[in-house]
Design a binder for this molecule. Structure first.
Ligand code: NA7
Length: 546
């Protein structure tokens, strides 16, 4: 551990600044970045809005929240000792287990002494003359540092709908991404869930177990597929542990860093029988295989996509007893995999239960929240609890909630008024010495794999700055423009780009953000890493060091 990692307000010798580096957020990115900054001997402060570490796994404590990526492909890979010590109890770990895991990491590295909790950052301003950032917290305090690293998450700015009457509801209401710490009891209660994305699906299948009545308000059905979760007995965990090198090597090689990667064949390269058997096999396997391990043209060929969609639609028809309800659950306006595929455990069977009702909230829209429940265009419902599983202002939402002022006082909001841009998702010209972990246009996929890459890349750049006595680092406009050209090129021809989702920036809860955009990098993770590594290998070409 670094000897200079005090949490006091003694200025960093020679610079007069409070810290060498400020990190915003103590989720997986912030924790790992803190560990790496200590290795560089940088005096670092992490500001975290919550009262504990974990980020996504701290805030999303809604019932049923768990991984959709295999647990052993999701944890940190950098610490061999930790890999030996920690046992995952299930192939897809639940939120409480992941939160425990991240707390163990924080304990092991004694990270909390450099983290200030209940510290929401509201503004950050660059001072060109002093080559420093001043970060302002909600409590009015301000803190200076040479470098600013945002570890604020890609899906961390929850969005609420704007139905009239929301404040008048007399029961309890929650957003899945801001779930309270104290358990919520559904037994004997009438519960509404609004939204059927990945969070809604996980919530619904859990709440349906105990609620007296559950009404699901679905605006757009999603294509869901079975998770096939299972416990990991100790002996199997030992076997997994012995394969960690192989597991992480595989994640490094695949398109989105998952254990699954596209099958090299096209959908119609094989006979109808072979195709059916392959899809059947994928549907019976764990995790994202049916989405990211499917025929390689699934997400680019309309005919291929229709064929796989037909297969999954039939599965839904087989699983849901009432044919009318089954049809309501089958997406009609987008093909399989063109939006994030929620993975489920008996989700469709919930709709066979007498206590669960599905409402088509496109056909009969929610008109208002009443003091006792929800009024749609054709009915009035009474509820004890309303759950908003209405998603996030993805990728740039967390940036928009902080007032970033860069060079010449220009704000990040102004800079991104026609859509967010970046150099490899990590830097933006006009904002020197600011680095974004999981910023817009990073490769997402299996997120911790991207986090580790992003943190290592930023750490190497800061190490280079230390060696060369550099105190100012800024992406060039040309390098950023070239990367953005590549981002746009990579998205061409993808069926997902035609569909409304957070991946295309169509999130109708956020005023003024209904323009179709390419929100994330859609090329492969290896291509993404090669691009970023190439910048470093060329002595940080495209980055001005001064
Ligand atoms: P998503 O996937 O964005 O889903 C949000 C859901 O909420 C979706 O079904 C929306 O319907 C629905 N929604 C949003 N606003 C409204 C209003 N105003 N009225 C009715 N329904 C609404 O968010 P999640 O939290 O489930 O998942 C986000 C990511 O987190 C996920 O991709 C994983 O990577 C983890 P719509 O489809 O827009 O019609």
């Amino acid at each position: 551990m670094s000897a200079v990692a005090q949490v006091d307000r003694q200025p960093v010798a020679a610079t007069g600044l409070d810290y060498d580096a400020i990190v915003i957020g103590a989720g997986m990115s912030g924790l790992y970045q803190l560990i790496k900054l200590r290795e560089l001997g940088l005096k670092t402060r992490v500001f975290e809005a919550g009262t504990g570490v974990g980020g996504t796994w701290y805030w999303n404590r809604y019932p049923g929240c768990r991984f959709d990526s295999e647990s052993y492909s999701y944890g940190f890979s950098f610490d061999k000792e930790l890999l030996k010590e920690w046992s995952w109890s299930e192939h897809f770990a639940s939120q409480p287990e992941t939160e425990r895991y991240l707390n163990l990491v924080a304990d092991k590295y004694d990270l909390r002494r450099d983290i200030q909790f209940r510290a929401r950052v509201v503004a950050a301003c660059w001072d060109e003359q002093g080559r420093r950032w001043t970060v302002e917290l909600e409590d009015g305090s301000s803190h200076t540092a040479r470098f600013l690293i945002t570890a604020i998450g890609a899906l961390s700015a929850p969005t609420m709908p704007n139905f009239p009457g929301m404040a008048d509801f007399k029961g309890q209401s929650f957003h899945t991404g801001m779930w309270p710490k104290q358990p919520v009891d559904f037994a004997g209660k009438c519960v509404a869930v609004i939204g059927t994305g990945a969070s809604g699906v996980q919530t619904i299948q859990e709440v349906a177990k105990t609620a007296a009545k559950l009404v699901v308000f679905q605006r757009t059905p999603n294509w869901c597929a079975p998770l096939h979760n299972a416990k990991i007995p100790p002996q199997e965990m030992d076997e997994i542990r012995a394969r960690y090198d192989e597991i992480f090597k595989r994640c490094e090689e695949t398109f989105s860093c998952f254990l699954h990667t596209p099958d090299p064949r096209n959908t119609f390269d094989v006979s109808a029988e072979e195709r059916e058997a392959f899809l059947e096999k994928l549907y019976g396997e764990r995790g994202f295989g049916i989405w990211v391990g499917n025929f390689k043209d699934l997400l680019t060929s309309r005919a291929a996509n229709e064929e796989v969609s037909r297969f999954v639609a039939n599965k839904i028809r087989q699983r849901v007893k009432d044919p009318k309800v089954a049809e309501m659950l089958i997406p009609k306006n987008h093909g399989f995999g063109t939006r994030r595929v929620p993975l489920e455990t008996k989700y469709y069977e919930c709709y066979n239960q007498p206590n669960v009702t599905l409402v088509d909230s496109k056909a009969t829209p929610i008109e208002r929240i009443t003091p006792s429940g929800i009024r749609t265009s054709d009915a009035e419902y009474e509820f004890d609890i309303i759950i908003y599983a209405t998603g996030f202002d993805a990728l740039r939402g967390a940036f928009d909630r902080i007032d970033f002022h860069g060079k010449d006082g220009v704000t990040l909001k102004e800079t991104w008024k026609d859509g967010a841009t970046s150099l490899v998702g990590m830097m933006q010209d006009g904002f020197p010495n600011m680095f974004m972990l999981l910023g817009p246009h990073t490769a997402l996929g299996n997120i911790p794999r991207s986090i580790e890459f992003n943190v290592d890349w930023v750490t190497d750049l800061l190490r280079h700055a230390q060696r060369t006595g550099t105190t100012r680092i800024e992406a060039t406009e040309e390098a950023r423009a070239k990367w953005m050209e590549h981002v746009m090129e990579a998205a061409k021809g993808l069926l997902s780009m035609e569909v409304d989702s957070w991946m295309t920036g169509i999130n109708i809860n956020v005023a003024g953000k209904q323009t179709r955009i390419v929100a994330r990098y859609t090329g492969s993770a290896p291509t993404y890493r090669a691009w970023a590594n190439d910048i470093a290998a060329r002595g940080y070409e495209g980055v001005t060091l001064g």
